[in-house]
Design a protein around this ligand. Structure first.
Ligand SMILES: C[S@@+](CC[C@H](N)C(=O)[O-])C[C@H]1O[C@@H](n2cnc3c(N)ncnc32)[C@H](O)[C@@H]1O
Length: 205
């Protein structure tokens, strides 16, 4: 069985008991170094994923007769590894998903907003979604989005005709000691570099 285990936004306190139990019970644990470091795992059980993740996962899913836990940031069913494994051809009956707390949920909690009032868009590996984001922002609709490269995304938004004074919440490194939450104008976002771990929120005035 392959368990796709949501590890939450990053801080150990956001790990579920279920995630810990499943990881304890599996023969092989696969994940980024950041994800693996959240658990106490014997070295011979760990497989650390690199940037070449797709090829590595292709090999891992060929392993038979072992229980494998694949660690996925936040919740695996949102812009996460569930889709990746299904695309690689893993049968749904061979997968169990363990939900995790998504970065989107933590962002909503920090800003004290109800996320059912927001459209959620991910540009993460889906740059074609930028058109959808532009339309939502032009119509002044509430949006939570995962950027691709936020600096470059902001430049595209400005070039599309959006007002560069438009303000967006930028939430970096949520739950980590270096967490940073700022309300920034698009023109300032376009001049800065941001963490890979960033969620953005536009709240209609
Ligand atoms: C591959 S997506 C996975 C999303 C994940 N499945 C979730 O539910 O949050 C990775 C992106 O999630 C967002 N993210 C994940 N953890 C985060 C955190 N601690 N702080 C801010 N953004 C985070 C960032 O946009 C990051 O680039």
């Amino acid at each position: 069985m392959i368990y796709i285990v949501g590890i939450g936004p990053g801080d150990k306190e956001y790990l579920t008991d279920k995630a810990k139990k499943v990881v304890d019970s599996c023969d092989i644990i696969v994940g980024s170094r950041r994800a693996l470091n959240l658990f106490d795992i014997e070295n011979n059980k760990k497989i650390e994923l690199s940037k070449n993740l797709l090829n590595e996962l292709k090999d891992i899913i060929k392993i038979k007769d072992k229980n494998i836990a694949i660690l996925s940031t936040g919740d695996p069913c949102f812009s996460g590894l569930l889709k990746t494994l299904l695309k690689l051809g893993v049968d749904k009956k061979d997968i169990e998903v363990v939900s995790g707390i998504s970065s989107i949920q933590v962002a909503a909690a920090k800003l004290k907003i109800s996320w059912e009032d927001f459209t959620i868009v991910t540009l993460h590996g889906k740059s074609e979604n930028i058109k959808k984001l532009i339309n939502l922002l032009k119509n002044k609709e509430n949006v939570i989005f995962l950027p691709n490269n936020l600096k470059e995304d902001a430049k595209i938004l400005i070039n599309s005709g959006l007002n560069d004074d438009l303000e967006i919440y930028v939430l970096e490194n949520l739950t980590y000691p270096n967490e940073k939450i700022r309300k920034m104008k698009l023109k300032d976002i376009a001049k800065n570099n941001f963490s890979y771990l960033t969620v953005c929120v536009y709240v209609r005035e």
